[in-house]
Design a protein around this ligand. Structure first.
Ligand SMILES: [Zn+2]
Length: 161
């Protein structure tokens, strides 16, 4: 188990465009395992590589549902539909939560840790988490999409991405 340090805002790497992954080796597998340990340690529902200091297109999402842990390498958004507005947080902004409007549905294409391509469709909170992480890979932070910040009373029980 290797828990990495989370990069918090402000930091240049959080606003950088990440490089695509070209080599799918054991090191990548270990990195994904470390990202998973780090996400669990900090109680997140997702984590992107720039949040541990690596400008590479790697992100994971786990909202504790039937999908389990989704590993997304070089993810691309193929389709979005609808709209949802809800609370969002981010491990790189400890204690900060705001309402963000995102598509209700997303279809993505990505590679797994072995380089194999897959497509995935998600709705509701899972779609929100996936879109939040993909934004990270392009240097886009949720604060640029917040329409209203939440106060302490509204924060109870919310998780970060
Ligand atoms: Zn985040």
């Amino acid at each position: 188990m290797a828990v990495k340090k989370i990069v918090t805002y402000p930091a240049e790497i959080l606003e950088a465009e990440c490089e695509p992954v070209k080599v799918f080796d054991k090191k990548l597998g270990k990195l994904l395992n470390d990202m998973y340990d780090t996400m669990l340690e900090f109680d997140g529902v997702g984590l992107a590589a720039p949040q541990i200091g690596l400008a590479r297109q790697i992100a994971i999402v786990d909202i504790d549902d039937d999908f389990g842990t989704i590993e997304m390498i070089n993810p691309e958004i193929l389709e979005t539909n609808g709209e949802q507005t809800g609370p969002e947080g981010c491990l790189s902004f400890p204690g900060l939560y705001g309402e963000v409007t995102r598509p209700e549905y997303v279809k993505i294409k990505a590679q797994d840790r072995k380089g194999k391509y897959f497509t995935l469709e998600a709705e509701d909170f899972l779609a929100r988490a996936i879109l939040h992480e993909i934004d990270h890979l392009h240097g886009v932070l949720f604060t640029s999409k917040v329409t209203r910040y939440l106060n302490e009373e509204e924060l109870e029980g919310l998780e970060s991405e």
